[in-house]
Design a protein around this ligand. Structure first.
Ligand SMILES: [Fe+2]
Length: 326
């Protein structure tokens, strides 16, 4: 596979798993196109044209030094200059993949957060409230990433001649869909039942051994789950702390997240929500792994680094061995 094929596969898999559905994603892109058409020539020059095709602007091709057949990749949750040097040290790495956004992907992180409005709405939060509270938070995140040295790792990759891409929301969508499908099928009664289920998922099981297993941030094991939301597994980063009161009012009893700040935790507690924090690196690993299985099926060798807990699910797919032959 070439870099662009790997990248397109990730975006397409992300769209397939998107909670908005394929139609919802198309509508989102169509609206961007219409807005683009209305811009002045000067504004069009400044416009990021990839926004018309790619619904996840935090997932990007960041550097192509050599467009070749990709046989071996180095994949990590956070890729920094150290990991690019690691790739050099290993020697035969054709492509480096970062989960967390870098370069343009990081500068555009806030764009994917609009996805959270639709997901919150699916869980019963009125769309006007979701959009109102998310708007504030999206602007806050946009200002927050503004000061960061976005290009640092990209520049290192350029100097050392490494191909580099980042796949963020495209992979987080896979983790969110995986958890949603399993949780809706199981119908857990108590928080401890949900915790036991999470601890059986290979990435969380491994994280547990490393001291970073799933944790109950508010509520206790004895409490009933009520309706469970996985809204926070995808969509850029954490929502506004003000959203928890609205989530509780919408009829949600338990929220599963990757990570949560203290202000949000207090708000959730005040609203009597159960908060189960599945774990950051482990949840990111789950989504990345579901994509890496697709690459491994196609014969690509994977070296994991920087927090990625690599677990394969190839056996779950009976076509895996046939697919690996081409
Ligand atoms: Fe993450």
């Amino acid at each position: 596979m070439r870099i662009k094929e790997i990248y397109n596969l990730a975006i397409n898999k992300g769209i397939e798993a998107d909670f908005r559905g394929k139609e919802g994603v198309e509508k989102f892109l169509k609206r961007k196109k219409e807005k683009y058409e209305r811009l002045s020539e000067k504004e069009k020059e400044e416009f990021d044209l990839e926004a018309l095709e790619n619904p996840y602007l935090d997932s990007r091709i960041l550097n192509i030094s050599q467009d070749k057949e990709i046989k071996k990749i180095l994949v990590g949750i956070d890729i920094e200059p150290a990991e690019i040097l690691l790739a050099k040290e290993i020697g035969d790495i054709d492509l480096v993949i970062s989960h967390h956004p870098l370069g343009k992907g990081l500068a555009n992180l806030s764009d994917v957060m609009k996805l959270q409005c639709d997901i919150l709405n699916q869980y019963g939060v009125p769309i006007n409230i979701a959009e109102g509270l998310m708007k504030e938070r999206i602007e806050e995140v946009a200002r927050g990433v503004n000061r960061i040295n976005h290009q640092r790792t990209v520049d290192t990759a350029k100097i050392l001649g490494f191909n580099l891409i980042c796949l963020h929301t495209a992979c987080d969508n896979l983790a969110a869909k995986y958890l949603k499908d399993k949780i809706e099928k199981e119908k857990f009664e108590r928080v401890e039942d949900l915790m036991n289920f999470l601890k059986e998922i290979p990435e969380y099981k491994e994280a547990l051994k490393l001291g970073a297993g799933p944790k109950i941030f508010t509520g206790d094991p004895e409490r009933r789950c009520g309706k469970i939301s996985v809204a926070e597994i995808t969509g850029g980063t954490e929502p506004s702390p003000k959203i928890y009161e609205k989530i509780a009012q919408a009829g949600i009893g338990t929220v599963i997240g990757m990570h949560m700040g203290e202000e949000s935790r207090k708000e959730a507690e005040a609203s009597n929500l159960n908060i189960v924090i599945a774990g950051h690196m482990s949840s990111d690993s789950l989504g990345v792994n579901l994509f890496l299985d697709e690459l491994e099926k196609r014969g690509i060798k994977i070296v994991s680094c920087s927090g990625l807990i690599r677990k394969k699910r190839l056996k779950e797919n009976k076509f895996s061995f046939r697919a690996s032959s081409h």
